[in-house]
Write a protein that binds this ligand. Sequence first.
Ligand SMILES: Nc1nc2c(ncn2[C@@H]2O[C@H](COP(=O)(O)OP(=O)(O)OP(=O)(O)O)[C@@H](O)[C@H]2O)c(=O)[nH]1
Ligand SMILES: [Mg+2]
Length: 338
Amino acid sequence: MSAPSRSKGIGPDEAHEATPVDTPAHSQDDSSRAPPEVSAVATPRRCGLVAIVGRPNVGKSTLLNALVGQKISITSKKAQTTRHRITGIRTLGAAQFVFVDTPGFQDRHTAALNRSLNRTVKGSLADVDAVLFVVEAGRFGPDDAKVLALMPRDKPVVLIANKLDALARRQDVLPWLKTLPERHPFAEYVPMTARRADDIQRLLKILEPYLPEQEWFHEEDALTDRSERFLASEIIREKLFRLTGDELPYTSTVVIDRFEEGDVEGGLRRLAASIVVERDAHKGMIIGERGERLKRIGSEARQELEQLWDCKVFLELWVKVRSGWADDDQHLRSYGYE
Ligand SMILES: Nc1nc2c(ncn2[C@@H]2O[C@H](COP(=O)(O)OP(=O)(O)OP(=O)(O)O)[C@@H](O)[C@H]2O)c(=O)[nH]1
Ligand SMILES: [Mg+2]
């Protein structure tokens, strides 16, 4: 196993040529799988925590989902979509990666929600073995610098220059990358596109040597440490984010009121959830004319849940007004914020 410094990371001096053709998201590289245990020298198991941090909307959750190979964390065009620490697990050969998605560092919410979200980011950095610091390729602004200031000095921080596909002039990347070492002694520099399967495989190979040799934390087929109930509330929140106007999502959250646990294979799972908003006017905006918008949020969430659980889902969706929920620590805790 090569030492981290000898991994296939891309230094700021090396040009990156992204492969022009996308491969299916689920194509897996089996070349790193451990051989059957016939030889005396077995590959030692590795396992480690890798936090994904960065300012809002740089593609952290998209990256997590691609690294895990399944959607665990919700994404949207809007900044500040993620509100929780979410773990995604990928086991490849002898290596188990435990990725931790985090909220983009916040300043847009109310004071109490901000504090809670920023605590989540900082807390996620405490026990990690490596950090993926995500920025948009070609851009490093004051809001990126604010997050970079939180990076631990004693742990490998890998610079991910994401959304390379969206960059108009690729030739600008190299000179830009060369300005980054003065900002932080990054362990690796990886320009990439989170949506591109090849780039994801390459990143997994770059990261593997950073995982300490130790027993796995989770089962081989584990994907996340979050419950089905939590994933359900997040999927509803994603549809809410995607189907409503700009301001609304920041003042709303989703709570699951009723949830049938257990084996539902081939059956029907019933759940009831409430979208909690701060004002009556917001309630009207979510419900929409003749209830159309709420119906659409419910129906898109239901379809995704049916796919996820491979069973029929009956989703009852309500809208409730709780003024000041995001300003009240007690309310925040009862809604699952740390
Ligand atoms: N073009 C392009 N878009 C991307 C890429 N990765 C993510 N995106 C898009 O960027 C937007 C934000 O992605 P998210 O994954 O939600 O970003 P995030 O950093 O988790 O955002 P917060 O949770 O709000 O902090 C979405 O519209 C994604 O589809 C990429 O590699 N290329
Ligand atoms: Mg996110």
